[in-house]
Design a protein around this ligand. Structure first.
Ligand SMILES: [Zn+2]
Length: 446
């Protein structure tokens, strides 16, 4: 009998089918046994967890913008993965844009991997980009191990990552169909936004009306149609408008291969509460009204929304234009890696959801949609990635104490429920000062 490296004994843990007491055995970085709490499982090291914490699978965040190389003054692999670990996230997938070069061909992926490799505190994989003219790069990027592709249907916010003309969507999906990977789509319609009034000044209402729900509905409908026609997998990034939920639910019932994510900020904040000039709340699509927010929660409850991911998209403080509070010129993006779990848990429990629900949205479903086999669950055969979470403990968000690069957060001053005590990666407690993460490729474990 081989001796285990590690045994974690947890009076409370989230392992299928839900919250239970149990004992987890780890060997060579993988979970090899999940047994009852009273088991006599022993290893070289045993960690007895208290009844005040819940052992969770390490969270999986499939929507993160790290910006390195090229905009490393905005964010980088060291600071972002430190923030992830502090927030209970042990695996993340980096988006192809905001870095320079953007990840739209294999040389760019190679450059990004080289920048990441010596720095990552958690496991990191990559999305490729689908941009005009790079159809012939999709298959090579897939062979090189990206987990799928990301595209925009309107200007992305950075000039080096142009958007796909909506009429080209099917052409790209036909290439991706045989690869079996999803196309993650930023689904807002350019024409609907051009028709909407421009954002002017410091008022949030003006910014909100510049990105109407209509723009999301039109774009989501187009993505559904393209997936139905081609049979290729699509994934709606950061759904903000709950008005799109009925057509998504109908498409799912029909068997269209679509998955959907939303983000913590859409589930926590409400447009009515955002003050004049509070550009740290700016993101696209925008945070909408409280009534819309409650319907997003219903979409999660119904299973129409699969995942909750951060869309961590930080920038230097001055890019937020907080000095003038101008919504039009401020960078659209929220840095949420470290606050995601606590923010979602705080609001979820208030609405009667359980920690098991949160784990499904933030670990299991993101891992399975992205093809991250071996991540997102506490079960035999999975990586020994854990977050030790104290759900009853609270903390107050102080932006300068967060680990991402610049101290900007819409959660500033907010009291959140749930503290991440420790995170574990492949059986080893994460040390924020020591990069033991790995770069992941799709199919690595297959
Ligand atoms: Zn994004």
């Amino acid at each position: 009998v081989t001796e285990l490296d590690l045994v974690l004994r947890a009076p409370r843990m989230v392992a299928a089918p839900g919250l239970t007491a149990g004992c987890v055995g780890v060997l060579d970085g993988r979970i090899v046994a999940v047994e009852s709490y009273r088991t006599d499982l022993t290893g070289r090291r045993t960690v007895e967890l208290g009844a005040d914490v819940v052992l969770l699978p390490g969270l999986v965040d499939t929507h993160v913008h790290i910006n390195e190389p090229g905009r490393t003054d905005w964010e980088g692999f060291a600071s972002a993965t430190r923030a992830a670990a502090a927030g209970g996230i042990t695996t993340l997938l980096d988006m192809p844009l905001n870095s320079v070069p953007p990840t739209v061909d294999v040389p760019a992926l190679t450059v990004k991997r080289a920048a990441a490799e010596p720095q990552v505190r958690v496991d990191v994989g990559f999305w490729g980009g689908a941009v005009p003219g790079n159809q012939s790069e999709l298959r090579p990027l897939d062979d090189a191990g990206v987990f799928g592709f990301k595209c925009f249907l309107l200007p992305s916010g950075v000039p080096e990552f142009p958007h796909l003309p909506p009429m080209d969507l099917e052409k790209y999906l036909r290439i991706l169909r045989p690869l079996g990977v999803p196309l993650v789509v930023h689904a807002e319609d350019e024409t609907a936004i051009e028709r909407a009034p421009r954002a002017v000044g410091r008022g949030y209402a003006s910014f909100l009306s510049s990105r109407p729900p209509d723009a999301e509905i039109v774009a989501v409908a187009r993505v559904i149609e393209a997936a139905r026609t081609t049979g290729a997998r699509v994934h709606i990034a950061h759904l903000s408008s709950a008005d799109a939920l009925p057509i998504i639910a109908a498409a799912r019932r029909e068997g269209v291969p679509i998955t959907v994510e939303t983000c913590p900020h859409y589930l926590v904040f409400a447009a009515e509460d955002i003050g004049a000039g509070a550009t740290h709340f700016k993101c696209c699509p925008p945070i909408r009204e409280a009534e819309n927010r409650e319907r997003l929660w219903l979409g999660l409850a119904a299973g129409t929304i699969d995942c909750v991911v951060s869309d961590h998209s930080p920038c230097p403080v001055d890019r937020k234009r907080l000095d003038v509070g101008d919504f039009e010129s401020a960078w659209g993006g929220i840095a949420g890696l470290q606050t995601s779990l606590s923010a979602v848990w705080t609001e979820a429990r208030r609405r009667g959801f359980t920690i098991t629900d949160v784990v499904r949205w933030m670990a299991e479903h993101p891992a399975s949609f992205a093809g991250l086999t071996g991540k997102g669950r506490i079960a035999a055969g999975y990586d020994a990635d854990f977050a030790v979470f104290a759900p009853e403990e609270t903390w107050r968000v102080e932006p300068s104490a967060l680990a991402h690069r610049h101290p900007v957060s819409p959660y500033a001053g907010r009291r959140l429920d749930g503290v991440v005590r420790t995170t574990w990666l492949r059986g080893r407690e994460i040390d924020p000062n020591a990069p033991h993460g790995r770069l992941l490729g799709r199919g690595d474990r297959a």
